[in-house]
Write a protein that binds this ligand. Structure first.
Ligand code: FE
Length: 184
C-alpha cells in the first residue's frame, strides 16, 4: 500500500494541475484530501515529529517542484504558541495528534491592537483554513501544557521562503519575518 503522505501529495498535485488559481476549490477539495490524510496517525516519520524544548518546529515534508504548494509538519512542544501572524497565501491546517487552539484576529492598522474575532479548537482529524480572502491573521497554541501536538499544514507557496508578518498584540505593529524550516 502506498504511503498516505505520497498518496496525498499525488492527489494534491493533480488538484493544482486542474485548479491552481481556484482558491475556493483548493480550500474545499484540498481540505477534504487533508482530512483523509490526518484521519490516520501512522505515517509521519519520527524525524518530522520531534519537538524542540523552546520553539515550535516546522519540518518541510514536500515542496511542489513548481512552488505551487508545500506540506509541513508543525510540531508543538508542551505549552508552545505562535505570535499573531499572517500567511499571505492560502493555508490548510490538519490536526494529526493532540490539539491546538486558534484565535483569529482582524488587523486594525497602526497603533491599534489586533481585534479578536473568535477562537476554536482543532482536534485530531479536523481541518482549519486561512487565506487573505477568508481571514489570514491568527494566533495558534498547543492546547496542552503537558504533551506534544502535531498538525500538518499545506500552503499555496513554499511557505518557508515567504516574507510575511507578525503583529504586536498591544500596538498592532507589523514586523516582517521568514519562517524557514527546521530541516532545510
Ligand atoms: Fe498560521
Amino acid at each position: 500500500m502506498a504511503n498516505p503522505l505520497d498518496e496525498f501529495v499525488e492527489k494534491f498535485t493533480q488538484l493544482m494541475d486542474a485548479a491552481a488559481d481556484d482558491e475556493p476549490r483548493i480550500l474545499e477539495e484540498g481540505g477534504r484530501l487533508l482530512e483523509t490524510l490526518v484521519a490516520t496517525d501512522n505515517w509521519l516519520p519520527d524525524a518530522y515529529a520531534k519537538p524542540h524544548p523552546e520553539y515550535y518546529q516546522q519540518y518541510l515534508l514536500h515542496k511542489d517542484p513548481q512552488n505551487r504548494f508545500s506540506v509541513v509538519s508543525f510540531v508543538w512542544g508542551p505549552g508552545q504558541k505562535t505570535p499573531i501572524h499572517d500567511h499571505t497565501v492560502w493555508g490548510l491546517i490538519g490536526m494529526l495528534r493532540g490539539a491546538e487552539t486558534e484565535e483569529s484576529y482582524a488587523v486594525q492598522g497602526t497603533n491599534q491592537a489586533p481585534k479578536l474575532q473568535g477562537s476554536t479548537q482543532l482536534n485530531p482529524g479536523m481541518v482549519g483554513k486561512v487565506s487573505p480572502t477568508i481571514g489570514d491573521v491568527h494566533k495558534v497554541a498547543n492546547a496542552y501544557e503537558d504533551r506534544i501536538s502535531i498538525s500538518i499544514h499545506v500552503y499555496g507557496a513554499d511557505i518557508g521562503q515567504v516574507s510575511r508578518h507578525v503583529f504586536d498584540a498591544q500596538t498592532g505593529a507589523a514586523k516582517s519575518f521568514v519562517s524557514g524550516y527546521a530541516n532545510a
